[in-house]
Design a protein around this ligand. Structure first.
Ligand code: HEM
Length: 546
């Protein structure tokens, strides 16, 4: 056969295959139709924008990111429908209605919905975030007992030593990708506080060019650094690849469009090097293996009584393992797969969110000299400058820092949507929502609503001054970056303490300016949590205090 004929035959073969695949898909969709359209049918009375077949409104997020929810709330009111592929969400974008859904009617809306990126990721499903019912209540009660104020105060020296190490890294450079260093720092802190393990990530030099990280690490600090560098790359990948728009892996996309195709897609594509699913699968496996190893080592040490006074160890993992050993019901509750998932969840939930927030504080302060001046005055005023602040100092002596952190969280909210699901019919804002409805609260919309925050696009920490009119007049649930009600974030105080200690330490020694290579305005990726597209690149200026 001639080459031309071969090509024609191949093209015909490919066309036939594609036609068969399309036909097969159509048949499956028709067969699948009741469950495909049922979720929509049940909430069709809730207003929303025009819906495209299969992709729903995903194209809107792909184009405009989370800002689209503010636009939709303006257009359709505080309760509206948004279709994530075939799955409709009922978005609640009003402070009083968020209180109703998250607090007053918690019993009817107690669990989280499980979005496609998570359904694709078994490692995420057994943590506190996605467990349900009585298992969630039992696990939450146990974990919450760890995060008491006394325990948090006792973590200050650990946090400070990690911060000091990372700050030395800052000092050695004129310019750095601060968001990378920030992630290393908070991952080290969570490693120590949650597992009693030193990952040593913030020892590594951080290049202004994120892609050079691996090379630098390998050259300067040998095998340990290389392993750590690989670890953080995996960790970042696992966190940021859970995309909620049209840019996720193929199986995530399939999950949003035609859910029953997600698992077969994941299984097949997860084996093909180069595919997004392959990378996610690899990152999750590696991290999971690291977590399993840490858990197994600690378990063995506790069993053989190698650890001095194991009951007195207060890191998360030790407390969980001690609780498990204490009685039969705990052993049944905390099986090894749940312990690994909880441990891994801590790393995920506690690092990307806190690192993002710390980076936005530095980015925004660098952009607002008047804020920087006031902040430096406050920090310098609480001395001596080499004394580590106590938990009480953090609460009482740095009121402006408190406002700066809150305003940064409002301005760039790391978690603009909070996912919940009804377990029985419930009425919210005049709409009756059937059992199984995905109800998503929208703290990101509340944070940019001029009703709650006049001139929302202006960065003004003073709006959180407890004596100011704006703060006094605001709805108590208008600012909920850590969520709301019994299911709110368990790590709120932990992360605020860490962020404040970091800002104080850093500004005692340096100020920061935007690097000329930084884009403006900041670009984001919208995954399970918000992340920077290109990183926060800063110039470092050593302070010479009078
Ligand atoms: C700036 C830092 C952080 C932010 C903005 C943040 C935000 C959130 C939000 C919005 C939720 C959902 C709450 C809801 O449904 O009402 C949440 C839940 C959660 N967060 Fe955080 N978080 C942060 C840090 C942390 C840290 C440091 C940890 C762990 C030490 C953590 C662990 C969790 C867990 C386990 C949940 C699930 C709680 C449950 O379902 O019972 N978070 N977080």
């Amino acid at each position: 056969m001639e080459t031309g004929e071969l090509l024609a035959a191949a093209a015909e073969y490919a066309a036939t295959l594609m036609a068969m695949a399309a036909g097969g898909l159509l048949v499956m969709m028709v067969a699948y139709r009741p469950s495909l359209w049922e979720p929509y049918w049940k909430v069709r009375h809730v207003p929303g924008p025009m819906t495209l077949p299969l992709i729903g409104h995903l194209h809107l997020v792909a184009g405009r990111g989370p800002d689209v929810f503010s636009e939709l709330a303006r257009k359709h009111g505080p309760v509206f429908r948004f279709h994530m592929g075939r799955q409709p969400l009922v978005v609640v974008a009003d402070a009083e209605l968020c209180k109703e859904a998250g607090v007053k009617k918690f019993k009817s809306i107690p669990n989280r919905s499980i979005p496609s990126p998570i359904a694709n990721s078994p490692i995420h499903q057994k943590g506190l975030f996605f467990t349900r019912g009585s298992r969630w209540t039992a696990m939450r009660n146990m974990i919450i007992s760890i995060y008491q104020p006394k325990h948090l105060a006792s973590l200050i020296p650990t946090m400070e030593s990690c911060i000091e190490r990372a700050a030395k890294n800052v000092g050695g450079q004129e310019e750095l990708t601060f968001s990378d260093l920030s992630l290393s720092l908070v991952t080290d802190v969570i490693g120590q506080a949650a597992f009693g393990t030193d990952f040593g990530l913030s020892k590594l030099p951080v290049s202004p060019d994120t892609n050079k990280g691996d090379k630098t690490a390998g050259a300067d600090t040998g095998v340990e650094a290389k392993t750590s560098s690989e670890f953080i790359k995996m960790h970042m990948h696992a966190t940021t690849s859970l995309k909620m728009d049209l840019s996720g892996s193929l199986s995530i996309l399939a999950g949003m469009l035609v859910p029953f195709l997600q698992e077969p897609f994941r299984r097949v594509l997860g084996r093909i090097p180069g595919m997004g699913d392959y990378k996610i699968d690899r990152a999750n496996r590696t991290l999971r293996a690291q977590m399993d190893r840490i858990v197994a080592e600690r378990e063995a040490a506790m069993e053989h009584d190698l650890l001095a006074a194991p009951q007195q160890r207060k890191d998360f993992l030790s407390v969980v393992l001690t609780a498990r050993a204490s009685n039969k019901s705990s052993r049944e509750l905390l099986t090894p797969d749940y312990i690994s998932a909880l441990t891994y969840e801590h790393l995920l939930a506690g690092s990307a969110t806190t690192a993002f927030t710390l980076s936005t504080v530095l980015y925004l302060v660098a952009k607002h000299p008047e804020v920087e001046e006031k902040l430096l005055r406050e920090i310098d005023g609480v001395g001596p400058s080499d004394r580590v602040p106590t938990a009480e100092d953090l609460q009482t002596k740095f009121p402006y820092l408190d406002q700066v952190v809150k305003e940064s969280m409002r301005f760039y909210m790391v978690s603009p949507l909070v996912a919940r699901e009804t377990c029985e019919p419930v009425e919210i804002g005049g709409y009756t929502l059937p059992k199984g409805t995905w109800v998503w609260l929208a703290p990101g919309v509340l944070a940019k609503d001029p009703k709650n925050f006049p001139e929302p696009e202006v960065f003004r920490p003073e709006r959180f001054d407890p004596n100011g009119e704006e703060e006094k007049g605001r709805h108590p649930y208008a600012f909920i970056p850590f969520g709301i009600g019994p299911r709110a974030c368990i790590g709120q105080k932990f992360s605020i303490q860490e962020i404040k200690l970091s800002v104080i330490h850093l500004y005692r020694h340096y100020v920061f300016r935007h690097s000329p290579s930084m884009e403006s305005p900041l670009q984001f990726q919208f995954s399970i949590v918000c992340n920077f597209k290109y990183g926060v690149k800063l110039q470092v200026i050593k302070r010479h205090k009078a």
